[in-house]
Ligand binder design. Structure first.
Ligand code: ZN
Ligand code: ZN
Length: 367
C-alpha cells in the first residue's frame, strides 16, 4: 500500500535492495543483528529488521510486512538467535509504511509489546481521508476466501488522487497475502498500529543497551524517524537514505512540499561526522551517509531538470503526461504519478510551474 521506491540511479547498476531475503543473520555491531524479511513490492526484495538485544530480550526495528510469510521468517530468524517472538519486548517503527509496521500488530496482540514511533506517526497522513477511511475498514468484516468480500474491501480503499485521477486499491492477491496472518487482527492489518511511546527530534532513547538520538527525517513520509548512536556512530536510516535506490517521494501527504522537506532532511545527514555504519531498511549496511544523501539530492535535481525539459514540449499537461516522460514504462502507475506530482508541486512552489484545474483534474505548465 502506498509504498515503493523510485527509479534506481543510473550510475549505480547494482540494486541490493532487490535481492531476495537471505536467511542468515549478521551481527552488524555488538548486540545489533540484521534479519532480512521477505517482501514483494516494486523494486524491493527484502526489508531489514534490526534486532537489538538487551538483558530483557529484543527490540525489533521495522518487523516487516503483515502476512504469514514474513511472520514465519521472523520466527525462524529469532530461533537462530536462540530466541523466539516471546523474547521481543519492543518494536520501533521508522515510518508508516506496511513493510515496516506490518509485523507489529501480531506482536502487540499476542505479546503485548511496547511500540515506539515518531509523535506524528501516521496521525497527519492524508488528513482528509485517513481516519474515516480506517474507521470504515476496521468495522468491515473480511472473509479472505470470499471474492465479494475482497471486492467490497477494495472498494472501500479506492480514492481520488489529489491531482484528480482515481487510485487503484491493492490487488486481491496483496490483500489475501497480508491479511492472512492471525485470527482476530482482521482488517486492522491494513492500518498502522498504535504507538505506546512517541519520540520527537533529539529525544534520547535506550534500546538494546545503547542510547540513541531520535532524528526526525520527514520527506519519504512525514513521520520518518532515524536513530543515531553517537558513541559508536551507528545510524539506523530506515528508508530515508538507502544505499543504491532513491526512496519514493509521494505527493499524497500532509506536507505541502514533500520534496523540499526531504531535501532539508537529507542535508541534515552532514550533522553526523563520526558515522561508523549506516544501517538501512533495504540493502546492505554502508558508510558514507552524507555522500549518499548528497547524491540523492542531486538525483532529484536531475529529475526536476528533466521535468523542465519535458514542460517545454508538453505545455499545459496532466501529471500522468509528465510521469510518462520521467519514468520508464514499466514503472508507470499510481506510485510514479505520485512522485511526479510531488516534483511538479515543488516546481510550482518554486515559481517554475503554474497549475490549472478543470473538473478536479490538475494540469501543469512548467516554464
Ligand atoms: Zn517506506
Ligand atoms: Zn521500505
Amino acid at each position: 500500500m502506498n509504498h515503493a521506491h523510485g527509479e534506481p540511479i543510473a550510475t549505480k547498476p547494482t540494486r541490493q535492495e532487490q535481492e531476495p531475503a537471505q536467511s542468515d543473520i549478521t551481527e552488524v555491531a555488538a548486540g545489533v543483528y540484521r534479519l532480512q524479511l521477505p517482501i514483494s513490492m516494486p523494486g524491493l526484495g527484502h526489508v531489514n529488521c534490526y534486532a537489538l538485544e538487551d538483558a530483557n530480550g529484543f527490540t525489533l526495528v521495522d518487523p516487516g510486512l503483515p502476512g504469514e510469510e514474513s511472520w514465519t521468517a521472523l520466527q525462524q530468524r529469532l530461533t537462530q538467535l536462540g530466541a523466539s517472538v516471546k523474547n521481543v519486548h519492543t518494536a520501533l517503527v521508522t515510518h508508516s509504511h506496511p513493510d515496516h509496521y506490518g509485523g507489529v500488530h501480531r506482536l502487540q496482540a499476542d505479546h503485548k509489546i511496547e511500540v515506539i514511533a515518531h509523535s506524528d506517526f501516521y496521525s497527519s497522513y492524508a488528513p482528509s481521508r485517513a481516519s474515516e477511511f480506517f474507521d470504515d475498514l476496521s468495522t468491515a468484516s473480511l472473509d479472505l476466501a470470499d471474492d465479494e468480500d475482497i471486492e467490497k474491501f477494495r472498494d472501500a480503499m479506492r480514492f481520488t488522487n489529489p491531482w484528480g485521477t482515481d487510485r487503484e486499491p491493492p490487488s486481491p492477491e496483496h490483500i489475501r497475502t497480508w491479511g492472512a496472518v492471525a485470527e482476530g487482527i482482521g482488517t486492522k492489518i491494513f492500518q498502522p498500529p498504535e504507538a505506546s511511546v512517541s519520540l520527537n527530534d533529539s529525544d534520547e532513547i535506550t534500546i538494546g543497551g545503547r542510547t540513541w538520538l531520535a532524528i526526525h527525517t520527514p520527506g519519504h513520509t512525514h513521520d520518518h524517524l532515524c536513530l543515531y548512536d553517537p558513541i559508536d556512530g551507528l545510524f539506523l536510516s530506515g528508508d530515508h537514505v538507502l544505499p543504491t535506490i532513491t526512496p519514493h517521494i509521494g505527493g499524497i501527504t500532509a506536507m505541502d512540499d514533500p520534496l523540499a522537506v526531504f531535501f532539508r532532511s537529507l542535508e541534515r545527514m552532514h550533522e553526523f561526522p563520526n558515522i561508523s555504519q549506516v544501517l538501512p531498511a533495504h540493502g546492505h549496511p554502508f558508510l558514507d551517509l552524507a555522500g549518499r544523501a548528497d547524491s540523492i539530492i542531486e538525483h532529484h535535481h536531475e529529475r526536476l531538470d528533466h521535468l523542465r525539459e519535458a514542460g517545454a514540449d508538453l505545455g499545459q499537461a496532466p501529471v500522468e503526461a509528465y510521469m510518462q516522460r520521467l519514468f520508464k514504462e514499466r514503472s508507470w502507475g499510481d506510485m510514479a504519478a505520485s512522485e511526479t506530482y510531488a516534483h511538479l508541486e515543488h516546481l510550482r512552489i518554486l515559481g517554475d510551474a503554474t497549475q490549472d484545474e478543470e473538473q478536479g483534474l490538475k494540469t501543469y505548465n512548467v516554464a
